[in-house]
Design a protein. Structure first.
Length: 218
């Protein structure tokens, strides 16, 4: 593994297991359209990609329906779903180790930035991160590539060979590749090895502690 100076971390499925809050919010939104979804695992597909993409892809919503779906989703999520969440076991130890090694740590998520900041603060992870970058509430920075570019610009990072994106889904890998940085895929989130390999992940690990071991044994 290369000696990376900066680590960008996805949020949902990488830092926290947000499955309960996200799926409850999707179930709530779908009910507004008269859709009763009882298979919670089916809704794991919503974790990671932008919501509008998922509503269109998995339920055939048109643009107007997608926008309303996001409004309904946020009605539940902003009040309850955001806290139906937990930090993955071993992840804070990873952050501690990387900070001790002098690494720059940044959150890069497709979740709206205000929500991402609220979650990082709620779990007392603020001291570890130099910046939290996310999507705009109005849908701007809607792709992972755009979020990555924004994070690099705001943090004044120009040498991309020293940057590693860490995420659990294919859009993390694809966004990283489009931005010209390497990507490490994690299997403890919601993506599969097949998905990450097909997208072109440079590294794949099963647990957070493996990331620290790789960094230490660069």
């Amino acid at each position: 593994m290369k000696n990376y100076a900066t680590y960008l971390f996805d949020l949902d499925g990488t830092i926290t297991d947000s499955s309960l809050g996200i799926t409850n919010s999707v179930i709530y939104a779908l009910k507004k359209f008269g859709i009763e979804e009882t298979d919670r695992k089916k809704l794991y597909r919503f974790i990671g990609p932008p919501l509008t993409d998922s509503f269109a892809r998995f339920y055939g919503f048109d643009e107007e329906q997608c926008e309303m779906g996001v409004v309904y989703y946020r009605e539940y999520y902003s009040d309850r779903g955001i806290f139906e969440n937990r930090v993955y076991d071993g992840f804070e130890d990873l952050l501690i180790g990387l900070k001790k090694a002098g690494k720059q740590l940044i959150v890069a998520t497709s979740k709206p930035e205000p929500y991402a900041r609220q979650i990082i603060k709620y779990f007392h992870l603020e001291p570890y991160f130099d910046y939290v970058a996310g999507m705009e509430m109005n849908g701007g920075r809607g792709t992972k590539e755009e979020v990555i570019e924004y994070a690099l610009q705001v943090c004044g990072i120009h040498e991309r060979s020293g940057v590693l994106m860490v995420g659990d889904r294919e859009h993390d890998v694809i966004g990283a590749k489009h931005a010209g940085i390497d990507c490490l895929g994690v299997l403890y989130g919601f993506g599969t090895r097949e998905e990450l390999e097909a997208a072109g992940a440079d590294y794949i690990v099963k647990l957070p502690e493996e990331i620290l071991k790789m960094a230490e044994n660069k």
